[in-house]
Design a protein around this ligand. Structure first.
Ligand SMILES: Nc1ncnc2c1ncn2[C@@H]1O[C@H](COP(=O)(O)OP(=O)(O)O)[C@@H](O)[C@H]1O
Ligand SMILES: [Mg+2]
Length: 240
């Protein structure tokens, strides 16, 4: 597995009211992620997406460094993005071409210049995900589950060996949620994913719990999920 290293990497942004104190989005964190499946759980607004976005340079740390397989994300974002794919919750935020096949072809464009071979490779990718029958469909006519599988195929066609997925099952019904989880878990790629689905988190090798911009627990799924439950329970009893 590749190593994703956070070296005291954090993100603070200037306070909108102009005061001296910056707002801490993610407090400086140091960790190495080398497990095949790493889940990130935590309340809305806790900093999960920020943690994930630092891995491929969608967010830049204001302190410290994030290094992916020896490459500093801030210095060499292009090289890092050749290694790290990013899947969003909403597939329509990443499917840009009208037809399914064209979207996969677009992902292949940087590596495959020949149009005919590119089309064939796109069909092969779709076929490997059992999606060949959708090749000539409009991405807008697909069901939510089909769309997310197509988005996954499209991001993976670019050939990266690390996949960062930010709540990839959040918009899916139960059946498609399970289908997407199983598809992800059958992949060779290292996968770092945020989720609110605790069954999905439970399948990981390692689970990080984020709360208020801090990683408050890092361990086995069983312990981490229990920690997260206790946090949620104490927050709701404080609120009532
Ligand atoms: N660049 C930014 N500037 C200001 N606030 C931000 C920025 N990025 C994230 N935030 C805020 O930081 C908090 C954590 O965001 P996020 O990482 O998206 O949390 P999560 O994914 O756990 O819901 C949220 O309140 C969000 O609005
Ligand atoms: Mg988020």
């Amino acid at each position: 597995m590749e190593v994703i290293s956070f070296h005291a990497a954090g993100l603070s942004v200037p306070n909108p009211d102009g005061s001296d104190d910056d707002t801490v989005i993610l407090a400086p964190v140091s960790l190495d992620l080398r497990e095949s499946r790493v889940a990130v759980i935590g309340a809305n607004g806790s900093g999960k997406s920020t943690l994930l976005r630092l891995i491929n340079g969608l967010a830049r740390p204001s302190t410290g460094r994030v290094v992916v397989d020896g490459k500093d994300v801030a210095r060499d974002v292009a090289a890092v993005r050749r290694r790290v794919a990013f899947l969003f919750s909403d597939p329509l935020s990443q499917l840009v071409m009208p037809l399914v096949r064209e979207d996969v072809e677009l992902s292949l464009k940087p590596t495959l210049k020949n149009k005919v071979r590119r089309r064939q490779a796109a069909m092969d990718h779709l076929d490997s995900m059992d999606l060949a029958h959708l090749a000539d469909r409009s991405v807008h006519d697909l069901s939510g589950g089909e769309r997310q599988l197509v988005a996954l195929t499209s991001v993976l066609a670019a050939g990266q060996d690390i996949l960062v997925a930010d709540e990839p099952t959040t918009l899916l019904d139960l059946r498609n949620n399970i289908l997407l989880q199983d598809t992800l878990f059958a992949l060779d790629q290292q996968i770092i994913y945020a989720t609110h689905d605790l069954d999905f988190a439970a399948r990981a090798d390692r689970v990080l719990v984020v709360e208020g911009g801090h990683i408050v627990h890092d361990g086995t799924p069983c312990e981490a999920i229990e920690h997260y439950r206790q946090l949620a329970l104490s927050a709701s009893s404080e609120g009532s």
